[in-house]
Design a protein around this ligand. Structure first.
Ligand code: ADP
Ligand code: MG
Ligand code: MG
Length: 893
């Protein structure tokens, strides 16, 4: 049988899993129909038809006939014909894409009304006012969305009609007034659209369908999709649904409801109801709605039925649903449902509530929450009790609660923050020149740009609070001030507060409170306690689900005992990356200088001998903080000149000393060393294992410090589990040489202390060559840790510090990246190297331990990837550990 494309589905033919084809609204209307719920009959035109239309500019040839066939069936079922003069069938034409895009696309109600059928409707309903009200709504909606007439013109005409009648609400207009209004509306259409309002019902319907197709590509829909990362080529479905009327008098009405509270998750009656109204009136706020609970006294029968249906829906979808309904003269109709949006906190609470109700299991509960929500719950937030003066709202670009003095340029931001002030950098938009200021500021506020603007991208990368695109704020950088709605002026130095989780902007200092979830992870708040926070309780349980499910272990990147202890409290199962470079800073810098300047072996050895006990002490502290858990210590990685003074500063010092004829031999030698060690591309220069190979004694000193610290801990009855990690290896030969020396040092320490140390030696895989020759490298490595930051830089050939601020925004806008490859691992490129290296390494050495220690280790999507390619652990900053645990659990369930 030849495959015939099917572009139209009756509501009885679809189901909730067909969202790609029928859109969310259509799929769920079908699902409710098949559940036997009261849904007005209708049919759905598929997203495929929309795609054909958008690609070719014309509807698919077969569509017209298919629509006709479905319309015929609908008409015979309803016993009336679309727009027929005496007893008209009316329909709505509703948009509905796969993902909900609230308010972005179009819907037209009351299609089928005309100068003739309006009379038929009046007679049929026995209500003239109702019929003319419906007709004026059709012309208004059709005029605006299909014919492109400015909606304000209709609103103004409506206001005039109310004024003329001296009434304030539309329900007080009578049939005669509405008739006049229809005439006025038709005039507006004729004048603005250059054509008459179409009287032919099928023409109305076809034009409305086409308009819905077109609404996929309006500017605001495109912008919304970019911000929400919804692909641009999905298209929308179109639902044709027979009309039911909430505007048929006081025993009719329309409402929206949630099956439970989307803010707390509590079960109860949540929603709004509006008597004698059509759907869009509720959201438009034309008249005041009443709380849904009041429906019980208005229409008990419909109320009870609605409660019953909400229960059916929850049990069926096993989740919080939101719904739209209409009551027509005491008869309840369901017009929409979907799994409802909720706050991050409610997501956790609802997931555990549904487990308790036996509706979902633990694995499913893990799918109902995510790491981004958990991260959001961990940010400090503004005190909800505080009195606030909100002056604007922009896009919540990067979460957090920031308070500081408003400054309007980067230079001032840096200057003020150096002198200890907290500042908020306020700009119309930011560009790469603002980077210093952004770093110095507590938070960033812009009046232009969306979620992919420079400010948003860079702030998220830095983990800095950011509100962008707060368009009501008039930022005047020249005069260093901004004007807020109402005319108040914020001058440079005035304190403002910005909330990167809600996008809200406040005047003055709003007090900040720590997140209860962090208090819980820190052990300052306990689950199970009598007055325990409900949210903490839910997070506690979900984390337990995740820990039971996950295969990936989660370690921390931590360099000192304090961070290690916090990481442990947050659930770290070891340290995946301890950088040793900080152990060379501070007052130890001088010793490092000596080491670098040493021109004889004795001087060098003396310098190393000075460093050894200090390093050892650091390791003893770290191993005792992480007693019983693995600690991966990376030997020195950055280029040596990073430990030397700044070249300009030093040159000035030398010049000054020279002019004053003071002794400056040391400075001069230092300056020469700085020149000698200067590199054009330090990232690709003398660093990592290369340092170990050319600076005699450096790596062996570090290995000795690790081994001696481990021996000391062991003798103190501790359980140190150190792992020595060699950075930036490109070939197995490098690793073999370092390894041989290290093994020898370890043997010496074992002999001297009389303790057997089980130290393992492994390497980072952070260069393409290492990944490509992983099979060979595994011969000399007991573990691999993928350094995905450097691997991303070297695979793409760009230096993070330079590119993020310069061209990433353009790349994101052009869609070359969906998200920065430093944020989420580039699966196709960097990721495939990781997968291949893991496989090759394990072929050589089946028990090779595999981990990742780049920032990707704490990124939700990347964690799923690392789970899939079979790594043993991810390592991330202490604060991201709960997120990684949760995502690892989600990946495994
Ligand atoms: P949106 O996606 O913007 O919510 P909808 O297609 O759901 O748009 O329709 C807008 C409003 O019109 C909603 O309140 C809906 O309930 C109402 N509505 C849609 N179709 C009908 C219908 N056939 N009968 C009565 N009201 C309807
Ligand atoms: Mg709707
Ligand atoms: Mg590296």
């Amino acid at each position: 049988e030849p495959h015939v494309a099917k572009f139209v589905y009756d509501f009885t033919e679809g189901n909730k899993d067909l969202k790609d084809l029928l859109g969310g609204k259509g799929a769920n209307l079908a699902e409710m129909t098949n559940l036997g719920l009261p849904v007005p009959p209708g049919f759905t035109i598929t997203t495929e038809a929309c795609k054909v239309y958008l690609d070719s500019g014309a509807e698919p040839a077969a569509l017209r006939d298919e629509v006709s066939a479905h319309l015929d069936a609908l008409e015979s079922r309803m016993g009336k014909k679309l727009g027929q003069a005496d007893n008209p069938l009316l329909v709505s034409v509703r948009s509905g894409a796969k993902f909900s895009m609230p308010g972005m696309m179009d819907t037209v109600l009351n299609i089928g009304l005309s100068d003739k059928s309006v009379k038929g409707l009046a007679e049929q309903a026995g209500d003239e006012r109702f019929a003319w009200d419906s007709y004026r709504r059709l012309i208004q909606m059709f005029g605006k969305t299909v014919l492109g007439v400015d909606g304000d013109l209709f609103e103004e005409a409506l206001d005039k009609a109310k004024e003329a009648k001296k009434v304030t609400v539309d329900t007080d207009l009578e049939a005669a007034d509405l008739k006049k209004l229809v005439t006025a509306f038709k005039k507006i259409v004729k004048k603005e659209a250059g054509r008459d309002f179409p009287q032919e019902p099928r023409e109305q319907m076809d034009l409305a369908i086409e308009a819905v197709f077109n609404s996929w590509n309006t500017d605001r829909a495109k912008l919304y999709r970019r911000q929400e990362r919804i692909p641009g080529d999905l298209g929308t479905a179109v639902n044709v649904c027979s009309m039911v009327f909430g505007n048929l008098g006081p025993d009719s009405g329309t409402g929206v409801a949630f099956t439970r509270d989307p803010a707390s998750g509590h079960q109860g009656v949540y929603g709004d109801y509006l008597q004698n109204a059509q759907g869009e009136d509720v959201v438009a706020g034309i008249r005041n709605t009443v709380p849904l609970a009041e429906l019980e006294s208005i229409d008990k029968k419909s109320y009870d039925q609605l409660m019953q249906i909400m229960e059916t829906l929850e049990n069926h979808y096993k989740d919080l649903c939101d719904i739209e309904f209409t009551i027509e003269r005491g008869q309840l109709w369901m017009l929409q449902t979907r799994v409802g949006k909720r706050t991050a906190g409610a997501a956790f609470r609802i997931a555990t509530q549904l487990v308790d109700q036996g509706l979902i299991d633990e694995a499913e509960a893990l799918q109902r929450v995510n790491g981004a929500q958990l991260a959001q719950l961990m940010f400090p937030k503004f005190d909800e009790e505080a009195k606030v003066e909100q002056v604007g709202r922009g896009i919540a670009a990067s979460p957090g609660a920031a308070v500081g003095k408003a400054v309007f340029d980067s230079y001032t931001a840096v200057k003020w923050s150096r002198s200890g002030e907290k500042v908020i950098l306020v700009r119309r938009e930011t560009n790469p020149d603002d980077l210093d200021g952004m770093i110095a500021a507590e938070g960033i506020l812009t009046s232009r740009g969306g979620k992919t603007s420079h400010a948003a991208v860079v702030a998220r990368g830095m983990g800095k609070t950011c509100v962008c695109g707060a368009e009501e704020l008039e930022v005047d950088t020249k005069r260093r001030r901004m004007t807020v709605p109402g005319g108040h002026v914020v001058e440079e130095g005035d304190v403002i507060s910005i909330d990167g989780s809600s996008g809200k902007v406040y005047l003055g200092e709003v007090p900040v409170v720590p997140s209860p979830v962090v208090e819980y992870f820190e052990g300052r708040m306990h689950a199970g306690a009598q007055d325990a926070d409900e949210l903490v309780e839910a997070v506690h349980r979900i984390m337990a689900f995740a820990d039971r499910k996950r295969r990936l272990r989660v370690r921390a990147n931590a360099d000192n005992a304090e961070d290690a202890l916090r990481a442990r409290r947050f659930g770290a199962q070891g340290i995946g990356l301890c950088r040793t470079e900080h152990m060379f800073l501070g007052e130890r810098r001088e010793m490092v200088e000596k080491l670098i300047l040493a021109d004889t072996e004795e001087v060098r050895e003396a310098a190393l001998a000075e460093l050894l006990p200090l390093q050892k002490k650091d390791f003893v502290e770290l191993f005792s903080a992480m007693d019983g858990l693995p600690v991966t210590v990376r030997l020195l990685d950055p280029p040596l000149h990073e430990f030397l003074p700044d070249i300009t500063e030093l040159s000035v010092r030398v010049a000054l000393a020279e002019s004053r004829q003071e002794p400056h031999e040391n400075e001069l030698r230092l300056l020469q060393a700085v020149h000698r060690l200067h590199e054009q591309n330090p990232m690709l220069g003398l660093r990592g294992v290369r340092l170990g190979l050319v600076i005699p004694g450096l790596f062996t000193m570090q290995v000795r410090a690790i081994a001696e610290a481990a021996a000391e801990r062991k003798n103190a009855k501790g359980d140190p589990r150190a792992e020595i990690m060699i950075p930036l290896v490109g070939t197995v030969q490098e690793l073999e040489i370092v390894r041989e020396e290290a093994d020898q040092v370890i043997a010496e320490v074992e002999a001297a202390t009389g303790t057997k140390l089980k130290l393992s030696i492994g390497t980072m895989i952070e260069l393409p060559r290492a990944a490509l020759t992983a099979g060979q490298i595994a011969e000399a490595a007991e573990f691999f840790s993928f350094g995905t930051n450097d691997l991303t830089q070297t695979v793409w050939g760009f230096s993070r510090d330079d590119v993020e601020a310069s061209f990433f925004t353009a790349y994101l806008e052009k869609g070359i990246f969906g998200v920065s490859p430093f944020e989420t691992i580039d699966k196709d490129g960097v990721g495939s190297l990781v997968a291949a290296a893991a496989k090759a390494g394990r072929e050589t050495r089946p028990d090779l331990k595999l981990g990742v220690c780049g920032e990707h280790g704490g990124d939700p999507e990347s964690v799923h990837f690392f789970h899939e390619v079979g790594l043993d652990y991810v390592s991330c900053s202490p604060f991201r550990i709960p997120v990684a645990r949760l995502e690892a659990g989600r990946a495994a369930s």
